[in-house]
Structures are given as structure tokens and as C-alpha cells.
Design a protein around this ligand. Structure first.
Ligand SMILES: N[C@H](CCC[C@H](N)C(=O)O)C(=O)O
Length: 291
């Protein structure tokens, strides 16, 4: 079975985007893992399926799968690429689009300058909503990571984030601590691990070790979570410019239960066609460092 796809990125966070709106496409976790593999497949951080929504007054449903095949609730950079995709493929002429995700319905706006603004909804801090195991809600939490106590903020943007402040993102222990935080037992559904350096109260640098994908060049929901955490700690003021390895995002949040607004670019790279019968799920599934 052949599947058409578009390779896209949102400031370096890259995606394989598939039109499952015009015709139904269903992929197993093994097939998604194989497609996302950068050596045996196409390669991407996440795979996005664009589908019809069954909800009234909702234009589309979009499903997000990490490189490990796990389906997740939210993807900020992916949402912007989704908007660019449905316009480029003439699936809609609307500039303001309501789309159903696992998190719920979000509203996306294609701006006149080609950038996309995503209403990411309100952040959630209650441990049960993240989910995070804690005795009670707190501004920050102490987490034992490989025998070292670190201080994190725990925030849900629909997906879970653990954000810590570091002196310098360039020397942050992302490779060492990222996997340990991602799989920490106090995050029963695992977590995206953010490393935030505060430049000034309207500017941060950020690196994110993403749940299910590893460190990415940018993480949209991670940028939102970091800004929200910094504002709650009284260290940042909205709007905040977030500099990541792949580029910049602008985040606006007015506090309390208000929605977080994220604006940034979305770029198509190439269109392709994939013969699913040639995707070697077995090799990818059993791929180990045998030598
Ligand atoms: N790895 C994330 C999903 C993708 C988020 C990221 N790519 C973004 O732009 O928000 C998770 O498992 O929650």
C-alpha cells in the first residue's frame, strides 16, 4: 500500500504528515516507529495523521505519534505544520481552524505573514492532571534524578512537562538527565524534560528532551510549559521569546486559567510517497547495538 506524505518542520522539530482526511490511513505502532527511524525509514520526531473530525463545527482531527510509536495529546510545532499542510493541500480555505486532538479542541490561526498562532489552551498544575505523583500541589518539586536532587516545575499543556532552570543550556546535562527524567517513576505516563536558561524576563533559551523522541531541536508545548513555569515563579513576564536550537517562538500567557498562545513558523520540506510493504518493521523493532 502506497501512502503520500509531506515532510515538514517547525523550527527544526520535524514531522511526517499524512493526509488521512481524503482517504483512511491506519498505521501500527511498529509501522510508525519504522517510518520515524532516521536510518531504516523516512525519519522524524513525530508523525501526524490529519483526519476528519466527527464533532460538530470542528474541521479536522489531528493525531500525534512520537518516534517510539506512542500516541500523545499535544504537539505545538506539529499544530503549526498541520495548519500549513491543510492549506497547501487545499483541504480548507479557512484561516482560523478548530481541530480535535486527544487533549480536546484547539484553535489555530494562519497569520497574514505565514506564521501560525496556536491557542494551546490553559496550563494545568494539579499533579493529578499532569499526571505527577506528589503529596500536594507546589510551585516546584524536588526530584531525585540519578542520585542528584533537582528542582522542577511540573506543568501540563495537554501533555506533561518537567521544567528545570539551568545556568547555561549549552552545558546542561540534557543527554544524562533527559532520559532519567523522562522515565521517572513519579511521572506515570513519562514526561518531556525541559532545561531553561533565563536571559531576561522576556527571553529564555530552552532545550527539551522529549518523551518518546529524545532531544529535539525545538518543542512547542515545551516552550509554553517553560514560559508558564517561569511566569509562575515570578522570573518571566509575558510575552516571552523562546530561543531553541532550531529557532524562536513567541509565547503569550496572562496568568491564572488563561490560554497560552504560541506563534511561530511552519515549513514544508518535500512531498514523498511511501510503499508500506517496504518498511521493515522487524529490523527497527529488534534493532539493538549487536556489535
Ligand atoms: N514528545 C511530546 C509530543 C510532541 C511535542 C513537541 N514536539 C511539541 O512541539 O510540542 C510528548 O510526548 O508529549
Amino acid at each position: 500500500m502506497n501512502i503520500k506524505f509531506t515532510k515538514m518542520h517547525g523550527i527544526g522539530n520535524d514531522f511526517v504528515v499524512i493526509d488521512a482526511y481524503s482517504s483512511v490511513v491506519s498505521l501500527s505502532a511498529n509501522q510508525i516507529r519504522a517510518i520515524a527511524d532516521r536510518h531504516f525509514g523516512i525519519g522524524c520526531d513525530q508523525l501526524l495523521l490529519v483526519e476528519k473530525s466527527t464533532l460538530p463545527n470542528v474541521d479536522f482531527r489531528y493525531r500525534i505519534f512520537n518516534a517510539d510509536g506512542s500516541e500523545v495529546e499535544q504537539c505545538g510545532n506539529g499544530a503549526r505544520c498541520f495548519v500549513r499542510f491543510v492549506h497547501d493541500k487545499h483541504l480548507t480555505e479557512k484561516n482560523e481552524i478548530r481541530v480535535e486532538t486527544m487533549r480536546g479542541i484547539i484553535t489555530l490561526t494562519l497569520e497574514n505573514n505565514g506564521q501560525v498562532t496556536v491557542n494551546m489552551g490553559p496550563p494545568r498544575f494539579n499533579p493529578d492532571q499532569i499526571p505527577f505523583i506528589a503529596d500536594a500541589p507546589a510551585e516546584t518539586y524536588s526530584l531525585d534524578v540519578g542520585g542528584e536532587e533537582i528542582n522542577i516545575s511540573a506543568v501540563s499543556m495537554g501533555n506533561p512537562h518537567a521544567v528545570q532552570i539551568v545556568a547555561n543550556t549549552g552545558s546542561a546535562p540534557v543527554a544524562l538527565q533527559g532520559p532519567l527524567i523522562e522515565a521517572h517513576p513519579r511521572f506515570p505516563e513519562h514526561v518531556n524534560a525541559g532545561f531553561m536558561q533565563i536571559i531576561d524576563d522576556h527571553h529564555i533559551r530552552l532545550r527539551v528532551f522529549e518523551r518518546g523522541s529524545g532531544e529535539t531541536l525545538a518543542c512547542g508545548s515545551g516552550a509554553c510549559a517553560a514560559v508558564v513555569a517561569g511566569i509562575k515563579l515570578g522570573l518571566l513576564n509575558s510575552p516571552v521569546n523562546v530561543s531553541m536550537r532550531g529557532g524562536e517562538l513567541n509565547i503569550v500567557w496572562n496568568g491564572n486559567n488563561s490560554d497560552v498562545m504560541m506563534t511561530g513558523p511552519a515549513e514544508p520540506v518535500f512531498d514523498g510517497e511511501l510503499d508500506l510493504s517496504r518498511i521493515d518493521t522487524q529490523t527497527v523493532a529488534t534493532q539493538t547495538a549487536v556489535i
